[in-house]
Design a protein around this ligand. Sequence first.
Ligand SMILES: [Zn+2]
Ligand SMILES: [Zn+2]
Length: 292
Amino acid sequence: MSNTDSIDLSLLENSHAFLNEAVAKVLVATSDIRHWQFAILNLVQSLELSLKAALSAIHPILVYEDIDNPKNSLSSIRAIQRLENPKIGGFTFSDRDKTRIRSAIKVRNEVTHSGFNFTGQHAAANFFEIFAFVSDFQRRRLNTDVADLIPSENFQQLLQIRRLLDELVLRAKNRIAEEEVDGKFVWACPNCGEDTFVIEDGADICYVCSHAEAVVECAHCEQLNFESAMESFFESLDTDYDEGRTVMHNSYGYSNFEACPDCVSKIMRDIQEQRVQEEFHRLEEEYHHRNA
Ligand SMILES: [Zn+2]
Ligand SMILES: [Zn+2]
């Protein structure tokens, strides 16, 4: 599968060019923080091209969203699903990798669509998380050792910045220990991936990268979750849009339409079952009516 002969070279070479550019931007960013955003933009571009290169190695048509109508190339989330499909790629991605990729794409979109404002630590942590994924993916799936691609002096400097980040992680862990934060209040940070996100007393902040994010309770299972992980199932209910107002026809017994990912899938199944039941009763009544 990772036979270089069958990999679309333009995708692979572009993924390498963007990776190199990303590293170059990091080195400038150490003196001018604004360059972090270009580093991340280039890195996410490299990530997306890497996923496509791996799909293209299986079959070139697989880089399109709709293989029957090959016009638009697919999103990274779709690319991962396809690579994971046992009948297509059979790759495995850890939950952590998937979270990392989703977060990278989110950051990229924020950088592209809004005046993105972040601290150097926040960006660096994010960068190294994605960089680690891309280099691992390039090595395992695309026969490329990224250390061979990047000019060695750049690579050395990159490692120094990485060591600085390790130092930050160490300090954050010491702070957590000093403050005697209970382990159950320390989560993996959705931005930098380090186990340094503290939710005790509503702190809701990462001690390494200063990423702040609200933590909310799921109304359906009472578990705490990152607000960004919560999903809405409003679209699955029976609603109509009328004169600028959304009219609810059937909420299937739910009043809070946000849920954690675990609950959302259960709720969707429940709604589906209720729908089938209702349809069954309707048909039954119709039958009785006709035969009365
Ligand atoms: Zn963090
Ligand atoms: Zn829940």
